[in-house]
Design a protein around this ligand. Structure first.
Ligand code: SF4
Length: 308
C-alpha cells in the first residue's frame, strides 16, 4: 500500500481578479455605510465568503423585491439583467455593482448583437445566475440556451444568416469548443464574438489542472458546490483520468480517499479564499507531507474598483 508523500499545489488557483474585485466592493461598502447592507445573490459562490460577510452584517437576498426601499445593495459578481436595475431604481436602492467586467462584456455583446439583428446561441448552465442575467438582456425569441452538445445538434434557429455564439465565462473550455464546432458545422455563417467569452481565470485554472493531473494520483479541488468553475476543475481532472473531489474546506477530507495515494494534487476554484487553501495545506504539512508548488501559468490581472 502506497503512503502519501507529496502534495503538488498548482498555480494559478483560488481567487481570480473578478472575485477579488467583488469581495473588495463589499468590504468598501461595509466601511463606508451602516449595516445592514444587502447583496443580491451570493456575492461569489463560496459558502465561507458568504458566512464571513453575514457575520459583518451583510444580508444576502435572491428576490430584489424583498429588499426594503432606500437600502444599500450590492449586485453580485455574476451580473444582473437590466430589469433588476429598473426594480432597484423604483425602490430607490443605492446600487453598487460588483459584476466582473468579463461577465459584463457578455451582457454588452448580447445587447449589441441583438440590436444588429443576430440570433444568439448562448452556451451556459440552466439556472446559473450568470446565464439567467444574459438571457434576460434580450427578448426570448432572439436567444436560446445551449446546455449540451445534444442541444447544439438539434436546436433550430429562426433564421440562419445572422447567428452568433456567446458563452458563460466559467465553462469547460474543451466541452464548449466541441459545442461550437458542432454549431459551426451546422451553420457555416455562425460567427464568434471578437474575444472568446470563457474567461482567462477559468481557462488558466483548467490548463493548470491538466498539468496537475499528470503528476497527482488524486486531485482535491477547494470550492463550493455552487461554483461553476470549481465543478469544471473537478471534471477536467477526472477527464484527465484521475480521481477528484470537490471540498468546501479541510473538514470534508476523507482519509479513505488517500488510501494508496502517493502524490496528491491541490487546486482551488476562482471563488475559494486563500485561507481555506492554507488550512488544507497545513493539515497535510502537519502529517509530514512534502509540499511542492507547481506553477503552470503566472497571472497578473486586476480590475479597477468602482468609486464607493
Ligand atoms: S471566473 Fe472569470 S468571469 Fe468569473 S469572476 Fe473570475 S475573472 Fe470574472
Amino acid at each position: 500500500m502506497k503512503k502519501l508523500k507529496k502534495i503538488y499545489l498548482v498555480s494559478p488557483r483560488g481567487f481570480c481578479a473578478g472575485v477579488k474585485r467583488a469581495v473588495e466592493v463589499v468590504n468598501l461598502v461595509l466601511q463606508k455605510y451602516k449595516t445592514p447592507i444587502y447583496v443580491r445573490h451570493q456575492i461569489v459562490h463560496n459558502r465561507h465568503v458568504i458566512s464571513d460577510f453575514e457575520k459583518k452584517g451583510v444580508i444576502f437576498i435572491e428576490d430584489i423585491n424583498e429588499i426594503p426601499d432606500n437600502s444599500i445593495v450590492v449586485f453580485s459578481a455574476h451580473g444582473s439583467s437590466t430589469d433588476l436595475y429598473q426594480i432597484a431604481k423604483r425602490k430607490k436602492l443605492k446600487i453598487f455593482d460588483a459584476v466582473c467586467p468579463l461577465v459584463n462584456k457578455v451582457h454588452v455583446e448580447a445587447k449589441k448583437f441583438y440590436g444588429q439583428g443576430f440570433f444568439i446561441f448562448y452556451i451556459g448552465h440552466k439556472n446559473h445566475p450568470e446565464a439567467i442575467g444574459v438571457l434576460k438582456e434580450v427578448p426570448d425569441k432572439s436567444i436560446v440556451l445551449i446546455k449540451t452538445l445534444e442541444d447544439a445538434k438539434k436546436t433550430i434557429p429562426p433564421q440562419t444568416d445572422k447567428l452568433i455564439v456567446l458563452t458563460q465565462t466559467t465553462l469547460s473550455f474543451d466541452d464548449t469548443k466541441e459545442i461550437i464546432n458542432c454549431l459551426k458545422k451546422r451553420f457555416p455563417k455562425l460567427i464568434l464574438p471578437p474575444a472568446f467569452d470563457i474567461c482567462y481565470a477559468t481557462q488558466n485554472r483548467q490548463n493548470a489542472v491538466k498539468e496537475l493531473a499528470k503528476k497527482a494520483d488524486l486531485v482535491l479541488v477547494i470550492g463550493s458546490k455552487e461554483s461553476s468553475n470549481s465543478n469544471r476543475l473537478k471534471e477536467v481532472a477526472e477527464k484527465s483520468g484521475k480521481r477528484a473531489y470537490l471540498i468546501n474546506d479541510k473538514s470534508e477530507i476523507k482519509t479513505s480517499w488517500l488510501e494508496n495515494v502517493e502524490n496528491l494534487g491541490i487546486t482551488a476554484g476562482a471563488s475559494a479564499p486563500k485561507y481555506l487553501i492554507e488550512e488544507v495545506v497545513n493539515y497535510f504539512k502537519k502529517q509530514g507531507v512534502e509540499i511542492e508548488e507547481l506553477t503552470v501559468i503566472k497571472e497578473n490581472i486586476s480590475f479597477p474598483l468602482p468609486i464607493i
